[in-house]
Design a binder for this molecule. Structure first.
Ligand code: UDP
Ligand code: MG
Length: 309
């Protein structure tokens, strides 16, 4: 029982009382089947349903089930950061609690990690989500691949395996917002991607509203590159040049045809365009400054209310 775990499974949980019993059973069966010492670390991310009670019962029943409980909701990626700090395994697996990622795929991930891959990513075969989720995902995958410099088909799938060294590197990152799959890839040399099944969400509801998804994607963009801000500067330069050319044109026109009387609305049109860009630019700069502010305050990233280890 007290064996050092070789595999750690991290499960962030927000109000998943309906999925938990089945999930726990399937995780236990799958991991027992591998014959390797393991631990299941559930991170209770501020659930308000019976999740807490269920998790405590899992722990009472089997000490390999461990629980970290946050004082409130900090988001899936913070939950995983907390999990990484506690995980003892040589191979660390992350998985969603809603049974959309089948636990039975875990042995495949372990096998790949043992072949020497530092990160085993996955992509969802026949992803069972709405088009409204899949289309933005597709775009974000493309952008992330560019920003991080590692092409993966599916950055959004959280069923993944990481080797110990990658987990140690991630534990050295004290940032207060991040996107874990992208972060891991900035450290790893050997990355592979395998296909896994994907189920529809049968119980409970998705914890990501469109607004939260947007925030997550902002995290992704601003945490991994200065591209948005550099893009704005470039745009500024281009617009300044265009403005200059336009002014020169007006001077020449005035000399040759005389003053323009009815150009007021053209001027408004041009002005509004520039004002729009300026406000947008301010927004982008504000986004970065807000993030710098968050970091310099050095508040704890999350507060752990209870630990069952
Ligand atoms: N989750 C969490 N904290 C959050 C949001 C989600 O711990 O603030 C967990 C959730 O319980 C689930 C996983 O993260 O285990 C993925 O969430 P969900 O299935 O709602 O996301 P989707 O599949 O809709 O992208
Ligand atoms: Mg889900």
């Amino acid at each position: 029982m007290d064996e050092m775990p070789y595999v750690s499974v991290l499960i962030p949980v927000l109000n998943e009382e309906e999925s938990l019993p089945e999930l726990h059973k399937r995780l236990q069966d799958t991991l027992k089947g591998t014959g390797k010492p393991y631990e299941l670390i559930y991170i209770n991310d501020g659930s308000t349903d019976k999740t807490g009670i269920l998790l405590e019962a899992f722990h009472t029943d089997d000490k390999r089930a461990k629980v970290i409980e946050f004082n409130r909701n900090y988001g899936q990626h913070m939950a995983l950061f907390a999990g990484f700090e506690f995980a003892k395994g040589e191979i660390v697996i992350t998985i969603d609690a809603d049974l959309q990622n089948p636990p039975e795929e875990i042995p495949k991930l372990i096998e790949k990690a043992e072949e020497g891959f530092e990160v085993v990513a996955t992509y969802r075969r026949h992803r069972k989500d709405s088009l409204f989720r899949k289309l933005p995902s597709y775009i974000v995958n493309k952008i992330t691949a560019k920003l991080v410099g590692v092409k993966l088909r599916d950055y959004g799938c959280m069923l993944r395996a990481y080797r110990r060294n990658i987990v140690d590197y991630m534990n050295m990152c004290p940032e207060s917002s991040s996107f874990i799959p992208a972060l891991a890839n900035t450290f790893a040399k050997k990355i592979t991607e395998i296909e896994v099944g994907h189920e529809e969400r049968k119980k409970g509801i998705s914890k990501y509203s469109p607004f939260r998804l947007l925030r997550l994607n902002f995290d992704l963009m601003t945490n991994f590159s200065l591209l948005p801000i550099q893009f704005i500067s470039m745009l500024g330069v281009v617009i300044a040049i265009l403005g200059l050319l336009f002014a020169a044109f007006l001077v020449v026109r005035r000399l040759m045809i005389g003053p323009e009387g009815e150009g007021t609305f053209t001027l408004f049109g041009i002005l509004f365009f520039f004002i729009g860009i300026q406000i947008f630019a301010l927004g982008v700069i504000g986004e970065y400054i807000g993030r710098i502010y968050q970091e310099v305050r050095r508040r704890p990233r999350f507060i752990i209310k209870k630990e069952l280890m």
